[in-house]
Design a protein around this ligand. Structure first.
Ligand code: ZN
Length: 244
């Protein structure tokens, strides 16, 4: 089975469509969505509809999805993020809110543990260094965990208690050693923050235990125009072009 791993779509329909087209070109069998479906960008309703309709998709909630349905306090958000959540709430129909409200911030599939933030705090903790990764390795006996939230394509490995961290480059295939444990982050579909503005996602091949991050160009000006037309903070449009 080949699985497309998507995270942090953040209501960016142009980026999502580009990523799903690329995933389907590669013939994936299933899709995991690691949360933060909404927030920041201007297409929450269309993005929810697209993911809800997609076959063989396992979706968990991120802190922005929880905030959009009142399950996470926006006091923890900066002013730009909370303005986007307030705007998002106004867009959602009851069925959209219901979809988000039914999501949990963690799931266990036959293949891997899924969390948005970390194993310890699935909604909101950032695994952004080896110490944080070690805490998550220690918190549960998984061999493979996919996570998001940092918007950075990253691999953490644990081999006999030694935790290593590496950034994942476009097209770089990583073969997972069955003797080791892994935390893998596919990067962000809708708001990349590693300096590369292209949408980021991962394809995991269960048979060969290999993971590859793909960066996909999409229509950034169209997404920016929608953000500005919606009256969302202009900084949210500007950052898409910078990948920051
Ligand atoms: Zn996010």
């Amino acid at each position: 089975m080949r699985i497309a791993i998507l995270s942090d779509v953040h209501a960016n329909l142009e980026a999502l469509e580009a990523v799903l087209a690329r995933a389907d070109e590669d013939g994936v069998d299933a899709t995991y969505v690691l949360g933060d479906i909404v927030g920041y960008n201007a297409d929450p309703v269309a993005v929810i509809a697209r993911l809800e309709a997609r076959a063989d998709t396992t979706t968990i909630a991120g802190n922005h999805d929880l905030a959009a349905t009142g399950r996470f306090d926006t006091v923890w958000f900066n002013s730009t993020a909370s303005a986007a959540i307030a705007w998002t709430r106004e867009q959602l129909a009851a069925a959209d809110s219901h979809f988000l409200d039914a999501l949990e911030p963690t799931a266990q599939t036959d293949v891997a543990l899924l969390v948005h933030g970390s194993v310890i705090d699935p909604a909101a903790e950032y695994i952004n260094n080896a110490m944080k990764a070690r805490d998550s390795f220690d918190a549960a006996p998984f061999s493979l965990c996919f996570f998001g939230h940092t918007h950075m394509p990253t691999i953490f490995s644990s081999s006999e208690g030694v935790v290593r961290s590496d950034a994942l480059a476009d097209g770089q295939a990583v073969a997972l050693n069955p003797a080791n444990r892994y935390l893998l982050n596919p990067g962000s579909v809708g708001q990349p923050r590693d300096g590369d503005p292209r949408a980021s996602f991962m394809i995991y091949d269960e048979q060969t235990r290999s993971a590859v991050v793909h960066r996909v160009a999409y229509d950034i000006p169209a997404a920016q125009e929608k953000i500005r037309a919606a009256g969302l903070p202009g900084a949210l449009a500007d950052r898409l072009a910078q990948g920051r």
